[in-house]
Design a protein around this ligand. Structure first.
Ligand SMILES: [Zn+2]
Length: 134
């Protein structure tokens, strides 16, 4: 993502892969990074739940492209929101890939729930590991 080379359909086409340029999830729009992570239907509400949408929106208006927005967000988000941001991005991408590869259409809210759950489990595992070290 930070290098702007996730294999969205836009990137696949620019690399010569013969495929549709429509989003694998909604089939309504051209699929690029912006669409997959920030524009796709219902993503605003997903980011609102994570209390990150207002920061995304402010930066989206001034960012010079997707990678620029990504780095602006990394700099501006407080630590806990940054962790939620990273985990949510991962689950959005995972959900996107499950559709074409496994024909699984995971509910978007479930993806957010799984992102929060995974983050919590990861943090608890780290706490247990640091207690064992003491
Ligand atoms: Zn879409």
């Amino acid at each position: 993502m930070a290098h702007g080379c996730l294999p969205t359909r836009y990137h696949l086409q620019t690399c010569g892969v013969q495929c549709s340029d429509h989003c694998v999830m909604c089939d309504k729009s051209y699929e690029n990074d912006w669409h997959v992570f920030f524009v796709f239907d219902k993503l605003a509400s997903l980011w609102e739940v994570a209390e990150i949408w207002h920061i995304i929106k402010e930066n989206q208006e001034v960012a010079d492209g997707f990678v620029s927005l990504f780095f602006q967000l990394l700099e501006q988000l407080p630590n806990q929101q940054l962790l939620i941001f990273a985990m949510t991005l991962w689950y959005i991408w995972k959900r996107r890939n499950e559709k074409p590869w496994s024909d699984i259409d995971t509910n978007l809210r479930m993806s957010v729930h799984m992102a929060h759950k995974s983050l919590l489990e990861w943090q608890q595992a780290r706490e247990r590991a640091s207690c064992k070290d003491e």
